[in-house]
Ligand binder design. Structure first.
Ligand SMILES: Cc1cc2nc3c(=O)[nH]c(=O)nc-3n(C[C@H](O)[C@H](O)[C@H](O)COP(=O)(O)OP(=O)(O)OC[C@H]3O[C@@H](n4cnc5c(N)ncnc54)[C@H](O)[C@@H]3O)c2cc1C
Ligand SMILES: NC(=O)c1ccc[n+]([C@@H]2O[C@H](COP(=O)([O-])OP(=O)(O)OC[C@H]3O[C@@H](n4cnc5c(N)ncnc54)[C@H](O)[C@@H]3O)[C@@H](O)[C@H]2O)c1
Length: 472
């Protein structure tokens, strides 16, 4: 085999790309990884999950200090050192990124630092970052894992006025006093929480009538109420018309619930979604089909070309890390099957689709929602229970939100769950595990739960669902 011919080439060395490469190597394939970034590590480590959660940790702690008197404590919120928060983030991220870089460079794979583009269905041209001449590499199988980039809609005047995306806010040494956060997805809610948490004035401007489009609308109501209570201005059902610069500040004009309104702020954070990073890959040369900008994939993670797989944000129905890794591992194992002359038989299963938002209160959901079950005609029962009637959350002073469970009306199998409230992103895992083992509400309600804990709140909707079951 020539030096530049491989069994499996992975384009992109982020969460999906590394998982694909690691798995393919474990399957005995000769693997190369091509990554064009200045810094190795991928979105999650460098500009996604880990930096955002590091900043949010500071906001969460500052909120505790702000609420000290409520718990009989004498403490004063003396201020926030944004540079120190940013520096702590830099130290942690450098450590995580260094570890990932070590994994990519430990000799298991050939690593090319450069931009990749297809020249035909089995050949990729690499343009090295160091300015040396481009060269071609070939492979029997590929996994495209190039991730996503921030989407900035063409709002008149926005580009001229200037704005930040999550990239800028996560590494800012100073933060101005007031922000308009555009969007109502995870990034908008998490960053609004961070900014308000450390004392900034925030106006959240969301296009549709609810936050977290696609999730249970009740989650949106709880977050809207909680954020409004904290002093965040929440404007849903909006249409942004234009942005102008007024005395160096940014003036946004928009329609809110049918009325013309405006706000003037120091900085705008655009959190209006991300799109798949497929531009520049010259996928037409490889005849790889797209759906919009995303690569269309089968449940086996194969594109329209059976030997070209994809994984992660570039093709995923949900841009989150654990799904990206699962898809990548399946892609690599299926490529290995093909290389052995077998069928690419392993499929992604989205039954346990899991999503969590590190807002305050947090939001998390697993499995199907009510709308999905209604559309599919699945008979189900549902029950919810509020945190303001639960002992442990009352003790903690975290009473906003609820848990909800959905179960099959005849069998009682748990089909989905939603949680808005304290530690929701942790609490949801109890239901994930139950659903993994296809637990029924009748069984779940009998599992011992320690008292008083947040976790025991799940037993209430489980019992109520069990009461509603219709025996077949
Ligand atoms: C602010 C923020 C917070 C987030 N928080 C969470 C969270 O809490 N939990 C969660 O699960 N998810 C979170 N996400 C989403 C998560 O970060 C992504 O789903 C995940 O990182 C995607 O991994 P990936 O491997 O698909 O892409 P990436 O990690 O982006 O990797 C793609 C790689 O491909 C390289 N590349 C691109 N094009 C080329 C090319 N042509 N040639 C060579 N290399 C190329 C890039 O340099 C990059 O290194 C967050 C995202 C953001 C933006
Ligand atoms: N905790 C997590 O797991 C986490 C955290 C952050 C990001 N992410 C991932 O990163 C991706 C990007 O996050 P995101 O929050 O930017 O995207 P998103 O697609 O989840 O949300 C974008 C929001 O912007 C709104 N929007 C879009 N265009 C608009 C316009 N012209 N005017 C007003 N509002 C508009 C949409 O209605 C939507 O609510 C998501 O897919 C998410 O999965 C995950």
């Amino acid at each position: 085999m020539s030096d530049t011919h491989f069994d499996f080439i992975v384009i992109g060395g982020g969460s999906a790309g590394y998982a694909a490469a690691r798995t393919a190597h474990g399957e005995g394939l000769r693997v190369a990884v091509i990554d064009g970034a200045a810094e190795l590590g991928g979105l999650c480590i460098l500009r996604g999950c880990m930096p955002s959660k590091t900043l949010i940790e500071s906001a969460d702690r500052y909120i505790s200090v702000r609420r000290a008197a409520e718990f009989g404590l004498k403490a004063q919120p003396l201020g926030v050192d944004v540079k120190a928060i940013r520096d702590r983030k830099r130290v942690l991220i450098a450590d995580f990124a260094g570890y990932r870089q070590g994994q990519l460079e430990d000799g298991r794979f050939v690593l090319y630092r450069g931009h990749a583009r297809f020249t035909d269905a089995h050949t990729v041209e690499v343009t090295p970052r160091d300015g040396t001449a481009s060269f071609s590499v070939t492979s029997r199988y590929f996994c495209i894992a190039t991730g996503s980039v921030a989407q900035v809609p063409p709002i008149p005047g926005l580009a001229e006025a200037g704005y930040w995306t999550s990239d800028e806010i996560l590494d800012a040494e100073q933060l101005p006093e007031s922000f308009a956060v555009l969007g109502g997805g995870a990034i908008a809610l998490e960053m609004a929480h961070y900014l308000e948490g450390i004392g900034r004035k925030v106006t959240l401007i969301q296009r549709s009538a609810q936050f977290l489009t696609g999730m249970d609308p009740e989650c949106s109501k709880v977050v809207e109420q909680a954020y409004t209570h904290r002093g965040i201005t929440c404007h849903l059902d909006t249409k942004i018309h234009r942005v102008t610069l007024v005395n160096g500040r940014k003036h946004l004009e928009y329609t809110h619930a049918g009325k013309e309104t405006s706000v003037t702020v120091d900085q705008i954070l655009v959190a209006m979604g991300r799109y798949a990073a497929t531009e520049g890959l010259d996928l037409h040369h490889a005849h790889v089909g797209l759906s919009g900008k995303k690569i269309s994939v089968t449940p086996t993670m194969q594109s329209s070309q059976a030997h070209i797989f994809a994984a992660g944000d570039v093709c995923s129905p949900l841009d989150v890390v654990h799904v990206a890794i699962q898809q990548a591992e399946i892609a690599a194992r299926n490529a290995a099957r093909l290389s052995r002359g077998e069928v690419a038989s392993e499929q992604m299963d989205y039954r346990l689709l899991l999503f969590g938002v590190f807002s305050h209160p947090q939001v998390a959901a697993v499995g199907a929602g009510e709308k999905e079950l209604e559309e599919k005609g699945v008979p189900f029962v549902s029950a919810s229970y509020p945190f303001n009637d639960h002992g442990k959350s009352i003790v903690m002073g975290e009473t906003e939100g609820f848990v909800k469970m959905l179960a099959h009306k005849e069998t009682g199998e748990i089909l989905g769950a939603t949680c808005v409230g304290p530690h929701a992103t942790e609490l949801i895992h109890e239901v994930v595990i139950a659903m993994h083992y296809r637990s029924k509400v009748q069984e779940f309600m009998l599992i011992p739960h320690y008292h008083p804990t947040l976790s025991e709140i799940w037993t209430y909707p489980a019992e109520e669902c069990a009461d509603q079951l219709e025996p077949v």
